[in-house]
Design a protein around this ligand. Structure first.
Ligand code: ADP
Length: 500
């Protein structure tokens, strides 16, 4: 280890010049450098340690001007990054426990054996100090520097050791180094915030988030939210790390999120009102058209050519389909206005009722339903019935050539239930999985399968009103699984039954 640039500035402390010469010689021989400074009395000790920074300090602890342990603690305080090696005239066994306990990075005796060991001990001490001083990696540093929130690290006395650019911006200085070495308390404007900070420091650094003003050099103030915590150091010396957020930024982000959700809610209400108004206003003319078409069919049954009769028949079927759409729109519009207060609803009983209602279609299609025990949830019972009816009716309606096999599963997800309704029907292209939950969106024409395209929009609205989510996935063996989550109410699980 000859290259001299590997050894940082060295300080030698000893009251005897002859010992200093000896140690210097060893260092020169081993590393090709002589110590930069020598200290032989109290005044030099104070001057050198307080004004310059050293990477390596070699010291005798038995000096007349101060106690050895006090000296070590002053060196740590004033040269926190230096590697400290004690070179002592005391016997090793006597010196070792206290010296190493006091935080020295190495210890050798001043006899021939000890000095022969000195180069190795110095190298070892430099590596230890380097590890201790090494801050975050370049990648970690890059992340901290790019964070939009202020981050600082302080000593347990509250003096800033490091900060990121966002912290400098908040405090109104051009670079982080402008705040390093300053007490955090000096930056806090207002006694309340300073007290909270002092409490945090007194407790070792941990503080619940608190709001305070920070004083900027231009006389301005910035309202911030500070959160701090203690970080144990590798050498046992802890630091206090802190996050500082601009309250105005937080408030602006919160306001933007609230405005957005209000906008979405308003759009939803507009849509519902439109659905209600359209369905209401169209009802009257549609009733007139349907009634007249029926009359016309009755009156002209025996006189019209078959082509003309067919046209009339088409017109009547069109009017019926329009009527179904208006009914569905009205049902959708009433989901909020006619909602009942939530009460415990046994989903098993609701499924029983729905299965009874669909009995005729199920028998005709040779369908079977298997189901897990279903829970009791806090809900609007009529809406739960509508939800399950829409999903089970679709499972029968969109069947493949196989007899429908429907399976209702329920799993416990901690805070909520997840209910799945799986069919073995024609399946749904995953690319359409979102679209089908929107109003009037269908994957089939009226001629292929009659429908309004409102059923799943109703399901989505019901589930969301109850604080849950709904979606669809392909079933493993063909068909679809419509799943939904519902927050737990009183959780009584009812045993299931099989219907076929
Ligand atoms: P509708 O059945 O009146 O068309 P829905 O909103 O209930 O309206 O369904 C929207 C579309 O989603 C349907 O047109 C159909 O294409 C598709 N769909 C719904 N349920 C199923 C299902 N179980 N299997 C396959 N496709 C389905």
């Amino acid at each position: 280890m000859r290259p001299s640039h590997l050894v940082p500035p060295i300080l030698l402390i000893d009251d005897r010049s002859v010992d200093l010469d000896l140690v210097s010689l060893v260092l020169l021989g081993a590393f090709g450098v002589a110590p930069a400074e020598r200290v032989t009395d109290a005044a030099m000790f104070a001057r050198h340690l307080g004004t310059r920074s050293f990477g390596l300090v070699l010291c005798e602890i038995d000096v007349p001007w101060c106690d050895g342990l006090e000296m070590l603690s002053s060196i740590h305080e004033l040269q926190p990054e230096a590697a400290v090696v004690v070179v002592t005239r005391r016997p090793l066994a006597e010196a070792a426990p206290t010296v190493l306990e006091a935080g020295a990075d190495g210890l050798v005796t001043k006899d021939a054996a000890g000095l022969a060991h000195l180069p190795h001990t110095v190298r070892h001490a430099l590596v230890t100090a380097n590890r201790r001083n090494r801050g975050p990696s370049a990648a970690e540093r890059g992340i901290v520097d790019r964070l939009p929130v202020g981050v600082f690290r302080a000593t347990t006395d509250g003096v800033i050791l490091d900060a990121n650019p966002a912290f400098a911006r908040l405090i109104g200085v051009s670079q982080p180094s402008d705040v390093v070495h300053r007490p955090v308390a000096d930056l806090i404007a207002g006694p309340g915030g300073r007290d909270r900070w002092s409490d945090a420091v007194a407790r070792g650094g941990a503080a619940e988030a608190f709001e305070t003003d920070l004083a900027r050099p231009d006389g301005g103030r910035v309202r911030v939210r500070i959160r701090t915590w203690s970080v144990p150091g590798r050498d046992g010396r802890a630091t206090v790390d802190g996050l500082v957020e601009d309250v105005a930024d937080l408030a602006a982000a919160r306001a933007a999120a609230t405005a957005r959700s209000t906008e979405i809610e308003r759009a939803r209400i507009d849509l519902e009102q439109m659905a209600f108004v359209v369905s209401h206003d169209l009802q009257q003319p549609l009733t007139v058209v349907a009634r007249n078409l029926e009359m016309l069919e009755d009156v002209t049954r025996d006189v019209l050519e078959s082509d003309a009769r067919e046209s009339l028949e088409h017109a009547r079927r069109g009017a019926e389909s329009l009527q179904r759409m208006l009914d569905a729109m009205r049902r959708y519009a009433r989901l909020d206005t006619r909602a009942a207060a939530p009460e415990p609803v046994d989903l098993g009983t609701v499924v029983d009722r729905v299965v009874d209602m669909l009995d005729e279609e199920m028998t005709a299609a040779d369908a079977e339903i298997r189901r897990d025990p279903l829970p009791v949830v806090d809900a609007d019972e009529a809406q739960m019935e509508q939800l399950l009816q829409n999903l089970l009716a679709n499972a029968l309606k969109y069947r493949s050539e196989r007899p429908p096999r429907i399976s209702i599963s329920c799993s416990d997800e901690g805070e909520r239930w997840r209910i799945g309704i799986q069919d073995n029907g024609i399946g749904i292209d995953p690319a359409e999985a979102d679209r089908i939950f929107r109003m009037f969106q269908r994957l089939h024409s009226e001629d292929e399968v009659p429908g309004t395209g409102i059923g799943l929009a109703v399901c989505k609205r019901i589930v969301e009103r109850h604080g849950g989510r709904i979606g669809v996935e392909p079933a493993p063996e063909g068909g679809s699984v419509f799943w939904m989550t519902l927050p737990k109410g009183p959780t009584v699980v009812r045993s299931g039954r099989s219907d076929g």
